[in-house]
Ligand binder design. Structure first.
Ligand SMILES: [Fe+2]
Ligand SMILES: [Fe+2]
Length: 251
């Protein structure tokens, strides 16, 4: 019997059986992929199913439909997003904010009239803003997945960054390097949580948006530390600071 199929399954080439009979009966459908037919499933008694699989969207949809939350407090978008991932994201938001806060304190220190290392002030100001952006990116992602952003308290950063042997520039830059490495560890922890819970989307988000950039930041600050160790204190630091003033990138 020739059939009426839904437009979505309408085919350019109607498959034929060996005796020339049309295979498309009222209980079967075929899906076209690329140049040929990929799937042909049938429940008909006269024709053997090729895969034994029939996609029944309205049957499969029933389960999801029952799970759509009706409470106004519950996210509608949330799907396969576990509590552990939600908590890990909130923790990372706190890490990024804390790092941003420390960099902001460094900016304020180097901008003092009696310190006046404008290049370092600029570098740490931009770095602080960048870490806050990272926190916001995680906030957006939390909302995207249907989690709830819970902000936690931040620690009070140092006020003075001078160090007897290292001087302020090297001391602050070494501190920045440790912070970036710590952030990297925390990011890897978020990734591990995602992997443990088979959350491929969260793992992809951390990989594509953060992990590469974090390695770049660690490399750059390591070079700054090496350069500051070379130039020593005083005049050398002034030149280093001038170089930072010309450059544009934050940590
Ligand atoms: Fe960051
Ligand atoms: Fe960073």
């Amino acid at each position: 019997m020739l059939l009426k199929v839904a437009p979505a399954f309408a085919l350019l080439n109607t498959p034929k059986s060996t005796n020339g009979e049309n295979l498309l009966t009222h209980k079967s459908f075929s899906a076209k992929s690329g140049n040929g037919f990929m799937v042909c499933a049938s429940k008909g008694t006269n024709h053997k199913p090729l895969t034994g699989v029939v996609f029944e969207p309205f049957e499969e949809l029933k389960k999801e439909f029952m799970l759509v939350p009706s409470l106004p407090q519950a996210s509608l978008a949330r799907q396969k997003y576990c509590d552990e991932s939600e908590a890990a994201i909130n923790e990372q938001i706190n890490v990024e904010y804390n790092v941003s806060y420390v960099y902001h304190a460094m900016y304020a220190y180097f901008d003092r009239d009696n310190v006046a290392l404008k290049g370092l002030a600029k570098f740490f100001k931009e770095s602080s803003a960048e870490e806050r952006e990272h926190a916001e990116k995680f906030m957006e992602y939390q909302n995207k997945r249907g989690g709830k952003v819970k902000l936690q308290s931040m620690l009070m950063p140092l006020t003075e960054f001078d160090h007897v042997e290292k001087g302020d520039a090297l001391y602050a830059m070494e501190l920045a390097l440790s912070l970036e490495k710590l952030t990297n560890e925390k990011l890897l922890n978020v990734h591990a949580v995602a992997s443990r819970n088979n959350d491929v989307q969260l793992a992809d988000f951390v990989e594509s948006e953060f992990l590469g950039e974090q390695v770049e930041a660690i490399k750059k600050i390591s070079e700054y530390v090496a350069q500051l160790r070379r130039v020593g204190q005083g005049h050398g630091v002034w030149h280093f600071d001038q170089m930072l003033l010309q450059e544009g990138a934050a940590a």
